[in-house]
Design a protein around this ligand. Structure first.
Ligand code: SF4
Ligand code: SF4
Length: 112
């Protein structure tokens, strides 16, 4: 079976942390353990404004919700299902590369 991964369009990530919460709930990770983290990057923007980017990245604890998918509880991982901005996708490398072509700032992740 083709290896699957995550695709995130960071252009639309709002930094809501719903993916982080959904992941913890799905996997039952204890305090301090995360399957996906969201980092905040602040830098000078146009005129007197600052630009804030939120970049979610899966950690080594990400198992791509293997149990959830294998049991047929859902067709996508918890983070993808609950992403508030609908900026996350799940699929094979081929599928994600195609979808990434339509995104502004795509980031493809294949957790180990
Ligand atoms: S795919 Fe599953 S384990 Fe990986 S970050 Fe998303 S919710 Fe967590
Ligand atoms: S749930 Fe979606 S919008 Fe919210 S922080 Fe995660 S990737 Fe960004």
């Amino acid at each position: 079976m083709a290896k699957k991964g995550l695709l995130i369009d960071i252009e639309y990530c709002t930094g809501c942390f719903t993916c982080t919460v959904a992941c913890k709930q799905e996997n039952g990770y204890p305090e301090g353990v995360f399957g996906i983290k969201v980092t905040e990057h602040v830098y000078p923007g146009r005129k007197d404004r600052v630009q804030v980017d939120f970049v979610p990245f899966p950690t080594t604890m990400c198992n791509l919700c293997a149990e959830r998918i294998a049991k047929g509880e859902d067709t996508v991982p918890a983070c993808v299902r609950h992403c508030q901005a609908r900026c996350m996708e799940y699929g094979t490398m081929e599928e994600l590369v195609e979808k990434a072509k339509t995104m502004k700032r795509p980031m493809i992740c294949f957790p180990v």
